[in-house]
Ligand binder design. Structure first.
Ligand SMILES: Nc1ncnc2c1ncn2[C@@H]1O[C@H](COP(=O)(O)OP(=O)(O)O)[C@@H](O)[C@H]1O
Ligand SMILES: [Mg+2]
Length: 325
């Protein structure tokens, strides 16, 4: 019997449209000889089973949230392709854990930890992977801008601790900019992370579990002519992604070592993408993406192609790994 796979995408965040592209692409590559594939569009009010006729969407049914079934169909596995809340921060993973349905992402615990940059960095302390010095603030907590600059120096980065897409991020070059930057970050989140700026090349690597073994994909370098990898660089084409990254074998080996160490220390079981900055004094961990972009143009599909794999086999590995959990 073929297993029923639900590809779930959409969601309420500003990344909804990207998520729909990611999910539709994933649904199109999954092996139909092995699995029956169903597409679920996540809306705030309802979860719809949909099919597409070109750009026209037809609604086939509404998911019963009580048992995650639709039109009498039960699902054996869920491919969560929602970027941001609730697909990346563990909420939806927790729902599926309650329903007893395995997912292709990591567990709710890992996603929750990974989604908040501060909790993630603290959990990863024992790995020995370098991380920028930081100051953590909760909404309402008092701070002294001068103290922050004394601790971290300038420039520094102020960002929501659990944001994405560079929303709410400011590169601060003068102490006088700090209050505004902090207010801006708080407009996106209840927690703010202020980090010493790490100067170097931005690199990213995806890692997943294939038949019980962590597999790291080729590293990609992200180059932008902007001051840093801001929203404009990410979504207006003002960046270039080079895969495999033109770095030395030693640096590639060091990054892969960091990736595997982070993956195992977290207890990760699904696909994640880890971002780094390679500075003169070594490789710094930046953040984890627990539901990385999966559109035709996204980083991970490119890494898969460069590794010599195809997306169909890649998703067979992710799905079979989830079914084994
Ligand atoms: N400590 C830092 N040092 C240097 N650049 C940083 C630092 N923190 C963030 N940046 C820059 O800002 C971008 C967005 O920050 P990031 O932490 O990745 O948040 P997001 O989740 O919004 O992508 C990074 O890709 C990088 O270009
Ligand atoms: Mg980022």
């Amino acid at each position: 019997m073929k297993k029923n796979v639900a590809v779930i995408y959409g969601g309420p965040s500003s990344e909804r449209q990207i998520s729909i592209l990611s999910g539709r692409h994933v649904a199109s590559v999954i092996d139909r000889e092995k699995y029956d594939v169903y597409e679920i569009l996540f809306n705030t009010d309802n979860w719809q089973m949909v099919e597409w006729d070109g750009d026209k969407m037809n609604v086939l049914g509404i998911v019963d949230k009580g048992d995650f079934s639709c039109n009498g169909i039960r699902f054996d596995v869920a491919c969560i392709m929602i970027h941001g809340i609730p697909g990346e921060n563990g909420l939806l993973q927790g729902y599926f854990e309650m329903m007893g349905i395995p997912v292709t992402t990591c567990s709710s615990f890992v996603c929750t930890i990974a989604f908040n940059k501060y909790s993630c960095k603290r959990l990863l302390l024992d790995t020995g992977v370098k991380m920028a010095d930081d100051v953590f603030l909760r909404r309402g907590q008092s701070y002294a801008a001068g103290e922050i600059v004394r601790k971290l120096g300038l420039p520094l980065f102020v960002k929501p601790s659990d944001g994405g897409s560079s929303f709410g991020v400011t590169k601060v070059k003068d102490v006088s900019q700090i209050p505004e930057a902090i207010d801006y970050a708080f407009s996106e989140s209840d927690t703010v992370l202020i980090e010493k700026a790490v100067k170097g090349r931005e690199l990213t690597q995806a890692v997943y579990m294939d038949a019980g073994e962590a597999v790291a994909l080729p590293i990609t370098e992200i180059v932008t002519s902007n001051e840093y990898f801001d929203y404009d660089a990410k979504y207006n084409g003002n960046s270039e992604e080079i895969c495999p990254a033109p770095i030395s074998e030693e640096m590639a080996a060091e990054i892969t070592r960091c990736t595997k160490s982070i993956y195992s220390h977290l207890g990760a079981t699904g696909l994640i993408r880890i971002d780094y900055i390679a500075a003169e004094d070594g490789v710094y961990f930046l953040e984890i993406n627990a539901t990385p972009g999966m559109t035709r143009m996204s980083l991970v599909p490119k890494m898969v192609r460069v590794s010599g794999r195809n997306m169909t086999d890649f998703f067979t590995a992710l799905i079979d790994n989830a079914l084994r959990k």
